[in-house]
Design a protein around this ligand. Structure first.
Ligand SMILES: Nc1ncnc2c1ncn2[C@@H]1O[C@H](COP(=O)(O)OP(=O)(O)OP(=O)(O)O)[C@@H](O)[C@H]1O
Length: 466
């Protein structure tokens, strides 16, 4: 634990620091003193980091902007931080957050020598067991917890989805689940299954786009031994295996046309014939299908049978894209953080505010699946205490930062309101303007002012605010 006796004292060069330096030296700590910010205003505490010591950060006369830079920098340093702060500064929420999120503890002026000594000793002990823990941690197994099928969402669009799931689960008709890739279509199908009277029966899922044409027939309907070359054993198909339960046909738009005929026949007769068999078998299965393509268009273009479309599309469920409910991102992020907590380093505590802001503004082309992947990777790779935008692989320059004045705050609120209205109205500018109760002309002026894209396709170059 000797190495933990090293203390880095960081501040803006105040007299308080000079006194602290003397106190710490008297107490026997090996102290080195450093400036928090360089001449350009960049926070340089990471330049002075030690992997085996303690950090004392003096939060005297520090602006909101400096706090943000400090937070980002401290996050990347795995040492226990002790803050020294004026009692009055605890009224500032940014300072409170920095202490709560990143510090082991804090002391206020006038500094009580004994309290500081005991705080630092405890911090040093914590650093010591942290090292032991880090050394002991091998390859943890991923933790897929019991809430695997739990759907998270607190926004009106998600409440609508939950309501629809409950209604649809109560009946036995076919359902077509529409939604972009990774939005949660399969999870929706599982939720319908769980809430339906078939919940004690099987849930069989098959991705119609993932199997070669020659295999999908036997995968769906099964085959008898010797039915074709390579059919060494009898195989029960997914439809038969789902007897008494639910068959989930993902990417139904990819089902080859000849198999669409067979599926339609099954839906009409509720009977199947294994390949190579002359017998028909009664099967009691409810079919849920999912698609990320516009099936009605596929019908118009002759790629999907109209009769099958109507058979499957008795009830519809639309799963919203993540960008349509960005307000859910925070709660989802925390949910997935908990789910994969077993894979994270012990020091990692959560997300920085910058990363939360970045996630809210990112367009999420891969939806919830992409959110999960980015969070999971960030949790494994992050070396600091809070996940930063870089850990998530989301570009920092796209994030709204450094708000200094009331005007800038208003600008940001205006920009956020316009973006949300556009997303809610699927980028229909008239509808968004109407919702915001402004004219089209004003809407265009504001779009130009904030550099907001006029269509989702343009949204990869998001606006940047001061
Ligand atoms: N609302 C949600 N709450 C919690 N987890 C979710 C939610 N929506 C989706 N997920 C998770 O996101 C991942 C992707 O969901 P799912 O596989 O259901 O999407 P999908 O739309 O079927 O994808 P694809 O189009 O690729 O088939 C899964 O791990 C799922 O558990």
């Amino acid at each position: 634990m000797e190495s933990a006796a090293k203390v880095k004292l960081l501040g803006k060069g105040s007299d308080n620091e000079t006194q602290l330096l003397e106190i710490l030296q008297q107490q026997g700590w090996q102290v080195s003193r450093h400036f928090l910010f360089d001449e350009s205003g960049a926070c340089c505490c990471h330049q002075h980091s030690v992997s085996d010591g303690l950090g004392v950060v003096v939060l005297d006369a520090i602006s909101t902007d400096e706090l943000r830079r400090l937070e980002a920098s401290m996050c990347g340093i795995r040492v226990p931080w002790v803050a020294v702060v004026d009692e009055s500064a605890l009224a500032v929420s940014d300072i409170r957050h920095l202490i709560l999120d990143l510090c082991f503890g804090f002391v206020t002026y006038p500094v009580d020598h004994e309290s500081l000594q005991s705080l630092l000793r405890n911090a040093a002990r914590l650093a010591h067991i942290q090292h032991l823990e880090d050394d002991a941690r091998g390859a943890d197994t991923p933790q897929d917890d019991v809430s695997e099928y739990e759907m998270v969402g607190t926004t009106p669009v998600m409440w609508d989805l939950f309501k629809t799931i409950r209604k649809v689960a109560a009946v036995d008709a076919s359902v077509c689940i529409h939604g972009e890739s990774g939005t949660g279509k399969e999870l929706t199908a599982q939720a319908i299954h769980e809430r339906s009277h078939r919940s004690s029966g099987p849930f069989q899922a098959i991705n119609c786009g993932a199997l070669p044409d020659n295999l999908i027939q036997s995968e769906l309907f099964g085959h008898e031994k010797g039915a074709f070359t390579g059919a060494a054993q009898r195989k029960i198909g997914r439809i038969e295996a789902a007897d008494g339960g639910i068959l989930f046909l993902d990417e139904i738009g990819d089902l080859p046309l000849d198999l669409q005929v067979n599926l339609l026949r099954f839906l009409e007769t509720r009977r199947i014939q294994r390949i190579g068999s002359l017998n028909e078998i009664d099967v009691d299965v409810r079919v849920l299908a999912a698609t990320h393509v516009d099936l009605a268009k596929a019908v118009d273009e002759g790629r999907f049978r109209e009769d099958l479309y109507h058979r499957l599309n008795v009830l519809q469920v639309v799963v919203p894209a993540l960008r349509e409910h960005p307000e859910d991102i925070e709660v989802m992020a925390r949910f997935f953080f908990k789910r994969f907590a077993g894979e994270k380093p012990a020091t990692l505590r959560g997300f920085s505010r910058e990363s939360m802001a970045a996630m809210r503004q990112y367009p999420w082309p891969g939806n919830v699946r992409e959110l999960i992947n980015r969070i999971r990777r960030a949790m494994v790779m992050c070396e600091g205490r809070l996940i930063q935008p870089d850990d998530l692989g989301i570009e920092r320059r796209r994030i709204h930062r450094h708000i200094r004045t009331l005007d800038q705050s208003r600008d940001r609120a205006e920009c956020d309101a316009i973006l949300s209205a556009l997303v809610r109205n699927k980028y229909c500018i008239n509808a968004a303007a109407e919702e915001l109760d402004i004219s089209r002309v004003t809407m265009y002026r504001l779009l130009n002012k904030h550099g907001i894209p006029r269509s989702p396709a343009e949204s990869s170059s998001e606006p940047e605010l001061a």
